[in-house]
Design a protein around this ligand. Structure first.
Ligand code: GZL
Length: 326
């Protein structure tokens, strides 16, 4: 709406200028209420984890702060719901569409519809595997391969003694960019130490209940588990419940490495139940609104904007826990 009213104002002003040499105000020439607010359609994955909740809050708070009119939808982790939401934003003629694709593939058709409607799309948090880079303006989010690598590198560093280390992996949502890339990065890093072996790997769908169920199965089928690599804190917290129910001590009998660094994860880390967390920042809202304004104004934006992130040991978690914003 913002972009269209701008074009309408420009056209009308040209007419006005030609007709009477004056310049019409935005409101009167475009025939709208002079509303120069940007309207963004945001199709969120769902509310599956503490990370997602923090990400939703960041997007909503930043939209308010930036004066962006935000239309928001929660897809309950279903791709068809995200596609429906994007189509409804196209119908509503929003100025820009932003979304976090729940899985990497199956987006070309709906993204082509947005392109044909001349509505720019910004990918935030997760990426798509489309070969057509003209279907979106930019990607804002983490380097998930790097996150998986950091998790694996810590384990290689910790496992000096040359004895077999049995690892079970609780993957994120099947087909999602973070699950694919974290798996890749972790496997790449642990190749450095042949004693480190992934003996089981299954998706917990980035949820606490999923992590608990998968860990219960791992404990039943694997007598000797030394390490859990969970693709997010929520799965790691579910694994802790299963490990304790099995009478073992999480963080000691079975070491746990996770990714995200949300409050509940950092609390478990500072209490010694998790051993290491790789940060994945959900606070993408401000950068998203800034990119949206640039895209609508026709300014060039980087193809990819990677977020700054760090890692936490148990000691570091104790120091920063109280000041963590989410
Ligand atoms: C990562 C994000 C992942 C988080 C999970 O950027 O897509 O999805 O790691 C969340 O906690 O569910």
């Amino acid at each position: 709406m913002f972009k269209k009213s701008l074009l309408a104002v420009a056209a009308a002003s040209m007419l006005t200028l030609t007709a009477c040499g004056g310049t019409a105000g935005a409101g009167s020439a475009a025939g709208n209420s002079g509303d120069d607010k940007i309207t963004m359609g945001f199709a969120q994955v769902g509310a599956e984890s503490g990370w997602r909740t923090a990400n939703t809050k960041s997007v909503q708070d930043s939209a308010k702060k930036a004066g962006v009119d935000l239309k928001f939808s929660d897809a309950q982790q279903k791709q068809e719901n995200q596609i429906k939401a994007i189509r409804s934003y196209i119908q509503q003629k929003v100025d820009v569409i932003a979304f976090s694709p729940v899985v990497e593939s199956g987006w070309d058709t709906v993204l082509k519809e947005a392109k044909n409607a001349k509505i720019p799309v910004i990918l935030t948090d997760r990426a798509v595997d489309s070969s057509d880079k003209t279907l979106y303006k930019t990607f804002l989010g983490s380097d998930f391969v790097e996150e998986g690598k950091k998790a694996g590198e810590w384990l290689v560093e910790q496992s000096k003694a040359s004895e077999p280390v049995n690892i079970v992996e609780i993957q994120g949502t099947t087909g999602s960019a973070p699950a694919n890339d974290r798996k890749e990065g972790f496997a790449e890093a642990i190749k450095a130490d042949p004693d480190l072996k992934i003996v089981a790997s299954q998706s917990g769908d980035f949820t606490r209940s999923g992590g608990k169920q998968v860990m219960e199965a791992f404990l039943k089928n694997n007598a000797d588990i030394d390490v859990v690599f969970a693709h997010n804190d929520d799965e790691g917290l579910g694994a802790i419940e299963a490990i304790e129910a099995a009478g073992k001590v999480p963080g000691k009998d079975i070491k746990i490495i996770t990714i995200d660094a949300v409050k509940d994860g950092m609390t478990a880390l500072s209490n010694g139940k998790i051993n290491y967390i790789v940060e994945c920042s959900p606070m993408l809202g401000d950068q998203l609104m800034d990119l949206a304004k640039k895209v609508i104004a026709g300014e060039s934006v980087p193809e990819r904007v990677v977020t700054e992130e760090t890692t936490f040991t148990q000691e570091q978690a104790k120091q920063v826990l109280a000041s963590r914003p989410y």
